[in-house]
Ligand binder design. Sequence first.
Ligand code: HEC
Ligand code: HEC
Length: 350
Amino acid sequence: MMQPFIKLNTLVQALLGLAVSLVVVVGVVLFVSVSGVQLPNLSQGVQEEAVAEVEIPFLKALADPASLWRAPDFALIDQEPNAAELHYGKDLVANTAEYLGPKGKVRSMSNGMNCQNCHLQAGTAPFGNNYGAVAATYPKFRARSGTEEDIQKRINDCFERSLNGKALERDSKEMKAMVAYINWVGKDVPKGEVPTGSGIYEVPLLDRAADPAKGKIVYDTQCASCHQADGKGMAKPDGTGYVYPPLWGEASYNHGAGLYRLSRFAGYVKANMPLGATFESPLLSDEEAWDVAAYVNSMERPKKDLAKDWPDISKKPMDHPFGPFSDGFSEQQHKFGPFKPIKAAKSSSK
Ligand code: HEC
Ligand code: HEC
C-alpha cells in the first residue's frame, strides 16, 4: 500500500536534485562569465578533432612546392660548351639499359634497369630521388664505406647495388658524361647545401612495425597491375629494358641497395607511386607506404657481399637490416621497425 507514495517521494527527490544541480551549473556559468575566468573552448576543440578525423591525410601535399629546389631547364643544356657530353650523360641516366644493360650497345654490365627508374625525370623530379644535392655535397665522407667518396664512386655504388651490376671504368666516356650531367643538374646549389626537395621524402615513423601482410594487400591492389603479381615487372619486347621495372627477383636491385632500406623505399613510393603520384598529390597513406615497403623487401632478390660495409657499426642507419649492431635491437626490428625506439637510443648515445 505504501508503494505509490514511495514512488512519488522518489520522483520529488529526483526533481529536487535536478533543480539543485541546474542552479549550480547556471551559477558556475554566471560566475565564469561575470568573473571573466578563461575556460578552454571545449566545443571548438571537439570540432577540430572531428574535422581532423574526416580529413584524408594522404591527399595533402608533402611540401609547399614554392619552397623546393628546381632543376635547371633541360633546354639550357644547349647553351653549355659541353652540351653534347651533357646530353649523353642525361641519356645514360634515362636509358641506361640501352647502353649498359644485358643487351647494352656499349657494354653489358647491369641488370636492365635505368637510373631513371629510381631517379625520376633523369634525376630532376622534386622528392623523386633527384640529384639536386650531389654537386654541392660530393666528395664527402660516407659511413657505409667509411671513406671519402666522389661522384664516380657514388655512381658505381648504384651500378653495383641498385643495378646489381659491375662498376663502370672511372675514365670511360660514359662515366665522364654521367658525372658532367649530374654536376650540371646541381650546378646552382651553393657548396655544402642540401636543398629542400632533393633526394627522398622522409615518411613519419609509425608506432608499430611495418607489416608485410598488410603490404601485400597494398601491393596487389595498387602496384601489381604494372609491376606484376610476381614482382618481375614488364620487360620491353626487344629485351633492352623495362616498361615497368622489377621490384624483386633476379633482375631487381640487390640487398645492398638503398631501396632495400625500408625508409628509402617508403619515402620513394610515398612521393612517386603508384605512377602518377607526386609529392603534391601523394596516393598512399604513411602506413601503406611502410607496409608495402615491408612486403616488397621481404621477397627474394640478388645478394651482395656486404662485409666491407659500415666499418663503424655504430654508424649503421636505424633501418640497416644486417647485424652486428652497436645497440641491443634485433635484425628483425632494424628491418621492419618500430624504428622510434632505435632512433631514440641512437640520439641518447650521441
Ligand atoms: C633501384 C633504384 C635505383 C637505381 C636504379 C639507381 N639508384 Fe642511385 N640511388 C638510389 C637510392 C635509394 C639512393 C639513396 C638516396 C638516399 O639515401 O637519399 C641513390 C643515390 C644515388 C646518388 C647519391 C645521391 C645523393 O644525394 O647523395 C647518386 C649520384 C646516384 N644514386 C646515381 C645513380 C646512377 C647514376 C644510377 C644509374 C647508373 C642510379 N643511381 C641508379 C636508388 C637507385
Ligand atoms: C601505372 C603503373 C605503375 C603502378 C601502378 C606502380 N608503378 Fe612503380 N613504377 C612504374 C614505372 C613506369 C616506374 C619507372 C619510372 C621511370 O622510369 O620513370 C616505376 C618505378 C618504381 C620503383 C623504382 C624502380 C624499381 O623497380 O625498383 C619502385 C620501388 C616502385 N615503382 C614501386 C611501386 C609500388 C610500391 C607501387 C604500388 C604502391 C607501384 N610502384 C605502382 C609504374 C607503376
